[in-house]
Write a protein that binds this ligand. Structure first.
Ligand code: SAH
Ligand code: SF4
Length: 345
């Protein structure tokens, strides 16, 4: 819902301003999904709103529930017919959502299904926020628990290539007049659009930053992640240092373990060296992800292989943890989101 547009509309139609608070309460607190159900508003206003505004700019086409974990995946249709995927999950005590920032992704990482489908367009601020509103309503409707507590930008797309809309969306999501999700509960994952790190430190210093590293050897990283040709590991290091100096926030280094590709002794040494040369590296934390089956190089990595890599890092005194992969039975795990003409690949 584009609340700013509604605000202007209320003003130009000379409707009393207190109606805005009622609209806000109906949508964000009560979780109504159609204007007809907003019974706290007079009928003529409901009709007027119905004619002019949609509550949700995303429409669920398919919702899948995982049999393995508390995970739901939605295929959402946008107003121009394009589709995105969005995930709701409960890895611990609270509900988190994994949102998309683009339709597809232009960066084409070798192991990622989204990258394989190419790039269609950036999502608007409204389309990003409405994924949260959609899941918030879903939780209410299914009586699954109170609210969405965490948001991770780890769905389809590279959030820092849709910078303005992502920043505006984070501000809106965290606004207590809307869903009120604290910025410390919001994480942005980037493949390393390094020029934007310092902007993020200025615009959203409370938001958690995750950097998808996956390989600390320049040549090998370029093969896995073509963006490394533009922002190589030296550039990423320099910009990361600036970010750390400015925010003093912990940064997660995402490392998808692809067996035989990036988990050898040489990779461990390179990773250890890269981290050791970074100023303020006490703020870095490696987050290991078992590679999920997606495309090309992405065959499933055994948990045992990831644990071995984790132990080796611990021996090198590098802080690390293993991220539990959720929802792989419905292709909802990291790197598995992709759409082909509305049909799942
Ligand atoms: N574009 C951003 C955010 C979306 S991808 C980024 O790349 O960081 C979210 C995370 O999923 C990234 O860390 C990405 O590297 C990881 N990922 C992609 N494909 C994967 C796969 N097949 N298995 C496990 N993780 C994967
Ligand atoms: Fe894009 Fe991230 Fe997938 Fe790479 S891993 S193709 S940057 S979504």
């Amino acid at each position: 819902m584009d609340f700013e547009k509604i605000k202007n509309f209320i003003k130009t139609q000379k409707i009393p301003a207190y109606r805005l608070a009622q609209i806000r309460s109906a949508v964000y607190e009560k979780g109504i999904t159609s204007w007809d159900k907003a019974t706290n508003l007079p009928l003529d206003l409901r009709e007027l709103l119905k004619k002019n505004f949609k509550i949700l700019s995303v429409k669920p086409v398919l919702i899948q529930a995982s049999k393995l974990d508390k995970v739901f995946k939605a295929l959402l249709e946008l107003e121009d017919g394009l589709k995105i995927e969005s995930v709701l999950m409960k890895p611990g005590k609270t509900w988190s959502i994994c949102v998309s920032s683009q339709v597809g992704c232009p960066l084409g990482c070798a192991f990622c299904a989204t990258g394989k489908m190419g790039f269609k367009r950036n999502l608007t601020t409204e389309e990003i926020c409405d994924q949260a509103l959609f899941w918030s309503d879903f939780l209410k409707e299914k009586k699954l628990g109170e609210r969405v507590s965490n948001v991770v930008f780890m769905g389809m797309g590279e959030p820092l290539l849709n910078y303005q809309n992502v920043v505006a969306a984070v501000k809106e999501l965290s606004d207590s007049d809307y869903l009120g999700i604290g910025q410390r509960h919001i994480s942005i994952s980037t493949s390393g659009v390094a020029d934007r790190f310092i902007n993020l430190a200025q615009d959203l210093p409370q938001v958690n930053l995750a950097l998808s590293l996956h390989n600390a050897d320049n040549e090998e990283r370029s093969k896995l992640m073509p963006i490394n040709k533009k922002y190589n590991l030296d550039i990423v290091k320099e910009k990361l240092e600036e970010y750390l100096a400015r925010t003093s926030r912990e940064v997660f280094l995402e490392y998808t373990v692809i067996d035989g590709e990036n988990n050898g002794l040489h990779h461990l040494r390179k990773l250890g060296k890269w981290i050791s040369e970074i100023k303020d590296n006490y703020l870095l934390h490696v987050n290991l992800i078992a590679c999920n089956k997606a495309v090309g190089k992405a065959v499933e990595t055994d948990e045992f292989v990831v644990r071995k890599f984790s132990q080796a890092l611990t021996k090198m005194h590098i802080k690390n943890s293993i991220r539990k992969s959720l929802g792989s039975d419905i292709s909802a795990a990291c790197g598995q989101l992709a759409i082909n003409n509305g049909r799942k690949k």
